[in-house]
Design a protein around this ligand. Structure first.
Ligand code: GUN
Length: 297
């Protein structure tokens, strides 16, 4: 029987545990604060940011939301970040990606105070993660690790193939699974658009992580019997539905499920974990900035 990994359930447990940490912080007079910044007209980005704000409200994090016109001068975003860096009630800053072309994304990531960088995208935090001394693990890769932990999926000694080399998922996850640590110790292969004979790589894997942003790209033929399949993709594809689209992952779910030992669905797999780990990083950020010990799940 294939185990269907329930990201909603695991995320819910993490949120409950974080609520307790937030209560403990409140007793010390601290409310964690997360600022989300949206400079985009992309409906998916708008949805993601509003869900992140709703999550904050639910667990007792103060959410601040800043919207900037997508055609406003880039300086408006840079100034907003400076203001949020200086605001001591803001412990975490998340600038939703992607940004408009006229904005220098690297400058944005560099300009967020690294202690408030709850995405873990600042070069200092990327360097720390690669060196095995992480401060904030990027939310999606960390969420994937938490799913492995919750479902007793051993990474130690496993052959893990990650399909996709983004700075948000593929690269940080590869580094985390590579770390000499109980939730790492995997043999990691990172595949991408120029990989030759992708199937030969994925078929040899104990764990396949699909994070290429290509709808239903990985199918049952490409995985081995009993493999763990983690689908990070959320693709909107045209469909005859009320909204005119449906969400599909990077995995062809039915054929992959027939072969896999465990698989994440879309929605309800990795997505809720990404959101939960943002709350986790925000609580951690509040502890670090207020010099208070916090228990983290
Ligand atoms: N866009 C897609 N995923 C993410 C994420 O994890 N963080 C930010 N800031 N933007 C994103």
């Amino acid at each position: 029987m294939t185990e269907v990994i329930d990201g909603n359930a695991v995320a819910s447990e993490i949120r409950e545990s974080l609520s307790e940490s937030i209560d403990a912080l409140a007793e010390a007079g601290v409310t964690p604060g997360l600022a989300t910044v949206l400079m985009s007209d992309d409906p998916a980005s708008e949805t993601y940011v509003s869900m992140k704000q709703r999550d904050c409200e639910e667990v007792g994090i103060d959410g601040i939301h800043v919207e900037i016109d997508s055609d406003a001068p880039a300086e408006e975003l840079y100034d907003t970040i400076d203001e949020l860096n200086a605001d001591s009630s803001v412990h975490g800053i998340l600038v939703q990606m992607p940004l408009p072309d006229h904005v220098d994304e690297r400058r944005v990531l560099r300009s967020i105070d690294p202690v408030k960088d709850v995405d873990g995208f600042h070069p200092e935090n990327v360097g720390r993660l690669v060196a095995g001394n992480d401060r904030y693990r990027p939310c999606t890769p960390h969420g994937v690790q938490k799913l492995f932990e919750a479902y007793d999926i051993e990474t130690e000694g496993a052959d893990a193939v990650i399909v996709g080399r983004s700075n948000i998922v593929g690269k940080p996850l590869a580094n985390l699974l590579l770390q000499k640590a109980p939730d790492g110790n995997a043999t990691v292969t990172v595949c991408h658009s120029r990989t030759e004979d992708l199937e030969a790589k994925t078929r040899n894997a104990d764990i396949v992580v699909a994070a290429a942003g290509l709808p239903e790209f990985i199918d049952g033929e490409m995985i081995s019997e009993g493999a763990t399949v983690i689908d990070v993709g959320i693709n909107r594809v045209d469909a005859d539905t009320e909204k005119g689209y449906e969400l599909v992952g990077d995995v062809d779910y039915e054929s992959a499920k027939a072969k896999a030992g465990a698989i994440t669905p879309v929605p309800g797999g990795v997505g809720p974990m990404t959101r939960a780990m943002l709350l986790y990083n925000t609580v951690k950020a509040a502890g670090l900035q207020e010099d208070l010990a916090v228990e983290l799940p």
